[in-house]
Design a protein around this ligand. Structure first.
Ligand code: DQA
Length: 142
């Protein structure tokens, strides 16, 4: 199975960005951890601070599943929601922090309704859970 792990704005700063909220692991740590945890899965990693680049990536990815932390665009981007609805690839929405325990503007997600599921509040483990969920889904479809 081929899975793309996509991270949105400001997540390139993981490690130094608000460590009390997001932890001290970096995106490189995330990539290394997932690659060693899932050696049989073909994983691709993409991060962008630009909404249009995220859309272009979602459109062109030929992957079987997508793990997406859309970061702040989660709460604002109708374009991202439409892109997820347009592609026929299952997308799992992931957040490092528990967005429901934070400011009210983070409680609403534009994208949840078009994702296959949502994982929020488990830090980096959330990405691992999302990959596992996509693998289980794929197994179910067989
Ligand atoms: C986030 C939560 C968002 O509300 C925030 O804008 C982020 C990160 C998370 O992973 O917890 O940038 O998606």
């Amino acid at each position: 199975m081929r899975i793309a792990v996509v991270n949105g704005p400001n997540l390139n700063l993981l490690g130094t960005r608000e460590p009390n909220t997001y932890g001290s692991a970096t995106l490189a740590d995330l990539e290394q951890g997932l690659r060693s945890r899932f050696p049989a899965v073909e994983l691709a990693f993409f991060q962008s601070n630009h909404e249009g680049e995220l859309l272009d990536y979602l459109h062109r990815t030929g992957y079987d599943g997508i793990v997406l932390n859309a970061a702040a665009y989660t709460h604002t981007s109708i374009a991202l929601r439409d892109a997820i609805a347009a592609i026929k690839v299952p997308v799992v929405e992931v957040h490092l922090s528990n967005v429901h325990a934070r400011e009210e503007f983070r409680h609403h997600s534009m994208i949840s309704a078009v994702c296959v599921g949502v994982i929020s509040g488990f830090g980096m483990i959330g990405y691992e859970l999302a990959v596992r969920a996509l693998l289980e889904k794929e197994e179910e479809m067989k």
